[in-house]
Design a binder for this molecule. Structure first.
Ligand code: AMP
Length: 170
């Protein structure tokens, strides 16, 4: 299946010079959504994943579907102030700004194997922040998966020697 044909390009959004890769058509079609989730799940199904970590908002959609498919847990990473219990925070730079993410301090047990998921890897800052949080909490990053990789931004270079999968490359 040509997954790229389900991604809509929005030029100059959210600011000039950025081509936003809109995955809502891919999510909105039952076949492409299932195909994408199954491709990622098949890659990691024998990697003893304990939980899938996704950041709001688009990461939640992918991570929860993957967790269900893999029969493992789901862990949310959220924007500051959203999680009710004690949290750990990591800051990161976006292709178009600066932001931070929080996780509950007890979200991961020591040596649990975590699959980190997001829709897009651009500069790699967001994914690196999630890797930092997983490792600070004593977890093991068992893989990092994306629907889309903007390879010209070389975000992979921020992610070290992990099992990285992306389904669509620009
Ligand atoms: P980065 O930290 O630079 O790798 O940025 C990745 C995060 O920003 C992901 O959560 C994406 O959802 C979002 N993002 C960055 N650039 C784009 C883009 N061109 N199109 C869609 N989402 C993007």
């Amino acid at each position: 299946m040509d997954l790229k044909s389900y991604v809509r390009d929005i030029p100059d959004w959210p600011k000039e010079g950025i081509i936003f890769r809109d995955i809502t058509p891919l999510l909105g079609d039952g076949r492409s959504f299932k195909y994408a989730i199954d491709m990622i799940a098949n890659h990691y199904k024998d990697k003893n994943i304990n939980a899938v970590l996704g950041a709001e908002a688009r990461g939640f959609i992918l991570a929860s579907a993957l967790a269900y498919r893999l029969g493992c847990g789901f862990i949310p990473a959220r924007k500051p102030g959203k999680l009710p219990y004690n949290t750990l925070r990591a800051e990161y730079e976006l292709e178009y700004g600066i932001d931070s993410l929080e996780m509950h301090e007890d979200a991961i047990k020591p040596n649990e194997r975590i699959l980190v998921v997001d829709d897009v890897i651009a500069t790699g800052g967001t994914a690196a922040a999630k890797v930092e949080l997983v490792e600070k909490l004593g977890g093991v990053v068992a893989g990092i998966a994306f629907l889309i990789e903007l390879s010209f931004l070389n975000g992979r270079s921020k992610l070290g020697d992990h099992d990285i999968l992306s389904l669509i490359t620009y």
